[in-house]
Write a protein that binds this ligand. Structure first.
Ligand code: COA
Length: 287
């Protein structure tokens, strides 16, 4: 008997037009992948947006593409989230252009596969700086504006740190910290009208994360019958920013088709930790 395969449904087929009319989104990592799809969905429901990233060319092209696809305005703001000043400058540009920030997606992240024995101190620090410090810097720079609009945060995390996932010590530490920060933000800022939640995507097709992290020939069998689509994450985004989620804060929403309940190690275990060199050689095209 063939397994059921969950449909991929665009948010516009479920949520109403104009849901976010007059609102402004600030999204780090919005130039590509999952965060770009999240931004596009929020824009399709009426918001204007700023996308933040390190690569100006990619950012500028993505902003033009998003504006064309949605009929809304998109500002590309180049910044490395590790540098508080650059993030503050991106926020200032957003306020100068749009006058407000309602929604923030903290999505800028770095990842690669490396065992502890093959990861330098600087490699560990680099990922923690991008994911954890980058999220903190983004919260700090945007919070006065999000308070003013009684807005909402979504932090893009992961599921791999729910268990000991080999080759992911740097990202596990960084994402666990992101989850913890979101909860504190929800508790401290809830009385000011601000909500904060985490989306933890599983494997999402055609993203840099999946192409870097998924091991060749790995069987992927989620209860939902397929790998994730960026639209799955976008739909969770629309719901969490919408008024329908007004009573949801400090939560982690896993968007993985139920995969976390059945997943085994992403890398061959224990061979990959006993012999990292030959495993990494087999991964070369993807690393
Ligand atoms: N394995 C082991 N160490 C690695 C590595 C890998 N595949 N890739 C980077 N590092 C280490 C570097 O060796 C360096 O440490 P060192 O100085 O001790 O040699 C450290 O990480 C910093 O690397 P560098 O390339 O200088 O940092 P960066 O700031 O330019 O970029 C990343 C770091 C993580 C962002 C980079 O890997 C990248 O561009 N990734 C693409 C974005 C991404 O990861 N997207 C997926 C999101 S899920």
């Amino acid at each position: 008997m063939a397994a059921y395969v969950a449909p991929v449904v665009p948010s516009t087929a479920v949520f109403k037009d104009g849901l976010f009319d007059g609102k402004v989104l600030f999204c780090t990592g919005g130039g590509s992948g999952i965060c770009k799809a999240m931004t596009e969905a929020v824009m399709r429901h009426g918001a204007n947006a700023t996308i933040v990233g390190r690569k100006l060319d990619r950012l500028t092209a993505s902003a033009a593409e998003l504006a064309k696809a949605t009929g809304r305005e998109c500002l590309p703001a180049q910044a490395d989230v590790r540098d508080p000043k650059q993030v503050h400058d991106a926020v200032a540009k957003t306020i100068a252009k749009f006058g407000r920030i309602d929604y923030v997606i903290c999505g800028a992240a770095g990842n690669f596969l490396a065992p502890i024995s093959g990861l330098s101190e600087n490699g560990f620090k680099t990922v923690v700086e991008i994911d954890t410090f980058g999220t903190y810097n983004t919260i700090k720079a945007t919070l006065p504006h999000v308070r003013a609009s009684k807005g909402s945060y979504i932090h893009v995390s992961a599921t791999l740190h729910y268990r000991g996932t080999p080759y992911q010590i740097h990202v596990s530490a960084a994402k666990a910290a992101v989850d913890a920060m979101s909860a504190v933000l929800a508790v401290e800022e809830g009385p000011h009208g601000v909500r904060s939640n985490v989306i933890a995507p599983g494997a999402i097709a055609n993203t840099e994360g999946a192409s870097r992290l998924m091991v060749k020939n790995t069987e992927y069998a989620a209860p939902a019958g397929r790998i994730g689509d960026v639209l799955d994450v976008a739909n969770a985004t629309i719901f969490l920013f919408s008024g329908a989620a007004a009573f949801i804060s400090g939560q982690i929403i896993v968007v993985d088709g139920g995969y976390e309940h059945v997943r085994s190690s992403w890398v061959p275990y224990p061979q990959s930790v006993l012999d990292p060199a030959s495993f990494q050689a087999s991964m070369k095209p993807r690393l």
